[in-house]
Write a protein that binds this ligand. Sequence first.
Ligand code: C2O
Ligand code: CU
Length: 605
Amino acid sequence: MLKFGGSRLAGRLSATVGALALAGTAVLLNSQASPNAALEAAAGTVAQATAPGTATITIVPDGIGWKFDPATTSLAVGGTLTVTNNTTITHTFTSAATGDNGLPLFDVKIASKGTKTITAASALKDGTYGFFCRFHRTMTGTLVIGTGGPVTSPVRYGQPLVQPPRLHGKDVTIVMKKAKVRVMDSGPRTPMWTFGGTFPGPTIVRRAGQDTKVTFVNRLPRKVGAVTIHQHAGHQKSKFDGQPASHLIRHGKKLTYDYPLRDAGEPLPAALRFYHDHRMDKTARNNWFGLQGMFLTTDPRDAKMGLPHGKYDIPLAVTERSFHPDNRLTNPFKHMAGMGGGPGMETLGDRVLVNGRFAPYKRVRPGLYRFQILNSSLFSSYDFALSNGQPFTQIGTGSGLLPHPVVRQDILLGPAQRTDVVVDFRKFAGANVQLQSLLPTGTSDSGIGIMQFRVRGTPAPKFRVPDTLAKIQSYKVPSKIAKTWRFGLNSDNHWTINGKRFNPKRVDHRIPLGSTERWKLVNTSPFTHFIHLHEELWRTLSRDGKRPPPWERGYEDTWRLEPGESVVVAARFTDYTGKFMIHCHMLDHEDDGMMATFDVVKKKR
Ligand code: C2O
Ligand code: CU
C-alpha cells in the first residue's frame, strides 16, 4: 500500500489500473492513490448520477491580463479536465502541490488557441488543489476534486546543504569548464558548464573596498563560443562590466577583470552580489547550463553591530532547472540557438535548487541566523516564507544594508534580486522549518518546499539586529526626469525598451560623468518585469508616485515592475565613463532584446 500525506497523490508512478466509463467519457485512470481508486471513482458516479465527469476551464482575456474561467472548478474523482486557451499567448496550467518527487502534480503548457486534456487531473484524489500560470502569477484558480479538502506536498529533503568553495584572494583565477556536478540526491551527477568545476561557481568573498582581480579562463566546449562575465551590482570600468558584445573571452582565451569594490573612493556597501555570463543572445542559455556564482563582499562592522556572522551568515543561491530522468539538464534552447523569445518562450525549471542542490536540509542551532538569499533563476520569482509562520527580519537588499530592519512575513524575489534577512530559530529547538515559496493560489497547498532547517543542538551565540543599520547617502537629485525607460512589447511580439530591441551599436542615453540623474522606469506591457540597472548605487525615490516601501529604501539594482507600474530612481555617475546596460533580468526577455545602453561621457567644458 502506498502512503500519501492527507489527500495527496504522487504524480510519478503510473500504474494504469484500468479504464472506466464516466459520464460517457472513457478515462484512463493513472492511479496510485489507492488500488481501489477506480472502484471508488466508479462507485461515486453511481451514487451521484449527475456528478460532472468532465470539466472545462478556459483561459480568457481579463482587462490588460488574463484569467482562468471559471476560477473554481469541480470535478469528480477520475473525471476529465480540459483547458482551452482563448488568448493570443502561451500560458501554463500548473498545480501548486508537488508530488514526493518534487514535481508539480500537473504542469501543462497551452499555446494560444490550443486545448489540452490534463491527464494527471484524472488521477487526483479528493482535495482542493490550487493552480496557477507559471508565466503570469496573477492567474490562479482552484480545482475541487470530489469532496475537496486540504492538500499537502510531501517534499523529501534528501541531501545536506553545501556551500561552493570560497575564494578569498586579491588575485584569483577561475577556469570555466565542463564538469559533472552533484545536483540531485541520487542517480548520476549532472554535466554542466561551470566556473571552476562547481555549480554555482566558487563564492568570491572579499572585504568591501579591497581591489579584487579575477581572471576568467574559457575552457568551455568550443560550441559555447565566447562568453563575458558581469559582476551584478558591481561598480567597475566599462570594459570589466561584462559587455554583451565586446571585450569577450573567446574559446581558449582568458581575461582579467578588475573589481575595485569602491565607489567614489568609499568601499562599496557589503552585500551578496553575483557574477554570471552576459553574452548577447545567449545569456539565458549560458546561465541555465551553469555560468553563475556568488560574490560576497563583507564588512567587519556587521559583526560589531551584533549581526550573525561566521558560520551563522549563510548565502543561499536559489534557482531552478529541469532534468531528464538520467539527471542531465534539459535543453530549452535547442530550437532557438540560444535566442530569447516573446511571451511564452520563457525558461522555467521544474525543480528548485539551493546552492546547486535539489531540496537540501541544513542543521541549525536555536538562535539567530543571517541568510543572504539570491534568486538566480532565469525567469521565475519566489515568494519566500517560513513554514512555521515565523517572519523574516530583513536587514538589507542585494546592494547593501537597509537604513532600518523591516519585519516581513514573506519576501518576493524576482530573477537577480537578493535579500538579506535574519531568522530567529530560538523558540524552535527540535523542529523542522521549511523555507518555502508561496504561490498566489491561496489554497492549503500554496507553499512549495525549497529547503529545510533542522533546529537541533545547543543554543547559537547571542546576536542582535540593531534598529539602525546603514546610512544611505543623501544628495541633491535634480527634480527633472533625465530619462524615461518604457518596457514593452512590439507588434512582432518582441520585448523592447522605448520601442526598440537591443543593438550594441546604438547608445540610448548619454550622461555626463559626475552628474546625478533621476530616471523613470515604466512597465507598459501586461507582463511583470524585473529591471536591472548596471554600475551605480541606485536609490528608489518613489514607486507609483508614492514613497517606496521600507524594504526599497536602501540601495537597489533590480526592481519589480508589475503591469502599469513605475518607479523613479536616482544615482550619481561616479568614477567611470563608458557603456553600461539596462535590461530586464528575465534572461529570455534580455536575450530577446529587452536591453539598452547608457553611456557615461566626459563632461564638456
Ligand atoms: Cu545580472 Cu546585466 O545583469
Ligand atoms: Cu522582462
